[in-house]
Design a protein around this ligand. Structure first.
Ligand code: ZN
Length: 101
């Protein structure tokens, strides 16, 4: 897949689901951790897929002059649904269960 998913827009919340970072830089001290919720600040697409960076994690760290981004595959959108949206999903199921009873 060679595209940034549609959820990965600035301001979106992302959950880190993988932390096997291929680190080649000694200056990185702040890394996304599994289960951590981060706020997307920006994204880019390249031939390897795409990268994200986050408000909570500096792109430049320590003495390193190279910006660091994080593979988009390592993140999923944080799902935030309202109670109303939940009911819209569950009501047809509940109605169906009642019909069967
Ligand atoms: Zn670096």
């Amino acid at each position: 897949m060679n595209a940034i998913p549609s959820w990965a827009v600035p301001g979106a919340k992302a959950v880190c689901v993988a932390d096997r970072w291929n680190l080649t830089c000694d200056e990185l001290h702040r890394l996304p951790m599994i289960g951590e919720v981060l706020t997307v600040e920006g994204c880019f697409e390249d031939e390897r897929g795409g990268g994200l960076w986050f408000e909570e994690i500096p792109v430049h760290q320590g003495l390193c002059s190279v910006p660091h981004y994080w593979a988009v595959e390592a993140f999923r959108p944080l799902v935030t649904r309202s109670q109303e949206q939940d009911m819209a999903i569950f009501r047809p199921i509940l109605d169906h269960v009642r019909e069967d009873a």
